[in-house]
Design a protein around this ligand. Structure first.
Ligand code: 13P
Length: 252
C-alpha cells in the first residue's frame, strides 16, 4: 500500500498559461528533491499539456479535474480516461462538490466515472462531503455513507490502490476556515470504517485526504490526525510559497 501522504492541488477554473508557468517553475524550485510525499497538480483541461511539459523530469503528477465514463464517441465536450492517459495525465478528480452542484453530477454518473477510469488505469480521487444543511440536521454520516456506497458500487478490491477518498465539507470550501479538528477526525474515522466494511478482504484501503480551507497554519494539525493521509488544497495551492510550505509541513 502507498503510505506516502498526498498533497493534491485543485486549481479549479483559475490560472492561465503565464501564471501556470511561473507557479509550476516556482514549485519545482521550492520542492526540489523532496521525497516521501505524493504531489499532484490539477489544472484545467487546456493546460494539462503545459503542466506535463513543465513537470516532465520531476515526481509531480498530473490530474484532470473531471473525466467522462465512455472511451470515445459522440459526447461533445467530454474527455475520456484513455485521452487523459495519452497526454500523460495519470489522475482524475471525480465528484467534486462544485460539479455535483453546478453540473448536476449524480452519484450514478460519478460511479460510472470511477469504474471506467480505474479500469483504464487512472488513479482517481473520489470527493465526498456534506452540505451545511446536512451537518446542521445531523445527516453528515448518512450523506457520506450514501456517497461512498453509491460512488464505489461495483468496484473490485484490486482497484482500491488506485483510489483516494477526498473528504471536503462543502460549507468550509473557500471560506478561509477549515472544519474543526474534531469534525475532520470523526468523519475521517467514519470513512475509514465504512470503506473497510465495504471491502472486508482488501489488502489495502484507499487513502483519505481532507480538503476545505487548508492553509499553512492548519495543515500540520490536520495531517497529524489518524486516518488523514494528506490534503486537497484549493486557494492556497495557487500561491507558490504557500503551496511549498504546505508540502514541506506535510512531509516533515
Ligand atoms: P479551498 O482550499 O479553496 O477551500 O478549496 C478546497 C477544494 O475545493 C479543493 O478541491
Amino acid at each position: 500500500m502507498n503510505k506516502n501522504k498526498l498533497v493534491f492541488a485543485n486549481w479549479k477554473m483559475n490560472l492561465h498559461s503565464e501564471d501556470i508557468n511561473t507557479l509550476v517553475k516556482g514549485v519545482l524550485n521550492g520542492l526540489n528533491d523532496i521525497s516521501g510525499v505524493d504531489i499532484v497538480l490539477a489544472p484545467t483541461f487546456p493546460y494539462l499539456g503545459i503542466v506535463k511539459l513543465l513537470t516532465a523530469n520531476s515526481k509531480i503528477r498530473l490530474s484532470a479535474q473531471n473525466v467522462f465514463w465512455e472511451e470515445s464517441g459522440s459526447y461533445t465536450g467530454e474527455v475520456s480516461p484513455g485521452m487523459l492517459l495519452d497526454v500523460g495525465c495519470t489522475w482524475a478528480m471525480i465528484g467534486h462538490s462544485e460539479r455535483r452542484q453546478h453540473l448536476l453530477e449524480t452519484n450514478e454518473m460519478i460511479n460510472k466515472k470511477v469504474l471506467s477510469s480505474t479500469l483504464k488505469g487512472l488513479n482517481i480521487i473520489l470527493c465526498v462531503g456534506e452540505s451545511f444543511d446536512q451537518r446542521r440536521t445531523k445527516k453528515t454520516f448518512a450523506s457520506i455513507s450514501d456517497q461512498l456506497h453509491r460512488g464505489l458500487r461495483g468496484v473490485g478490491e484490486e482497484f482500491l490502490p488506485q483510489i483516494v477518498i477526498g473528504y471536503e465539507p462543502i460549507w468550509v470550501i473557500g471560506s478561509g476556515q477549515a472544519a474543526s479538528l474534531n469534525d475532520i477526525s470523526s468523519v475521517h474515522n467514519f470513512i475509514f470504517t465504512e470503506v473497510e466494511s465495504m471491502f472486508p478482504t482488501a489488502e489495502s484501503l484507499p487513502r483519505i485526504v481532507y480538503g476545505g480551507s487548508v492553509n499553512t497554519t492548519n495543515v500540520e494539525q490536520i495531517v497529524d490526525l489518524d486516518n488523514v493521509d494528506g490534503v486537497l488544497v484549493g486557494n492556497a495551492s495557487m500561491d507558490c510559497d504557500k503551496f511549498c510550505d504546505i508540502v514541506l509541513k506535510v512531509v516533515k
